[in-house]
Design a protein around this ligand. Structure first.
Ligand code: 5GP
Ligand code: ZN
Length: 112
């Protein structure tokens, strides 16, 4: 837990979020400013700032996040979806707690 991290606060319930999934390692919740009809974030409970800060010790966690994307997308009624992990300021990251975006259901982002 990092004291001034928004996603750590969501993890411990100090800030509300529209949660769609939770287990011991990860939570998923709807993005506060959706950029598609369906837009949720898959977030590890562990505070890791960026994908660049991950190493072999995070391999299972990263795999879990990726495998959750199709499962949760399916539960949200999506037959296809986009995933995005922004890394670092240059990569467009705004919240420095690792997360994967999942978008679907129309009004999608361009391919970038
Ligand atoms: P990034 O640019 O870091 O990849 O994306 C951060 C995302 O987190 C943005 O899409 C933003 O709308 C979302 N976000 C920021 N603060 C909150 C919050 O307090 N609650 C929720 N649900 N989403 C947030
Ligand atoms: Zn955090």
């Amino acid at each position: 837990m990092s004291a001034d991290c928004i996603f750590c606060k969501i993890v411990v319930g100090a800030i509300p979020a529209k949660k769609i999934y939770e287990d011991d390692d990860v939570i998923a919740f709807n993005d506060i400013k959706p950029m598609a009809k369906v837009h949720f974030l898959i977030v590890p409970k562990l505070h890791v700032e960026t994908l660049k800060d991950c190493d072999a010790t995070h391999q299972a966690l990263l795999g879990k996040i990726l495998l959750l994307a199709p499962k949760l997308a399916d539960e949200q009624g999506l037959t296809g979806f986009k995933t995005l992990i922004n890394t670092g300021r240059e990569g467009g990251q705004e919240v420095f707690h690792l997360h994967a975006h999942v978008f679907g259901g129309g009004a999608m982002l361009p391919k970038i």
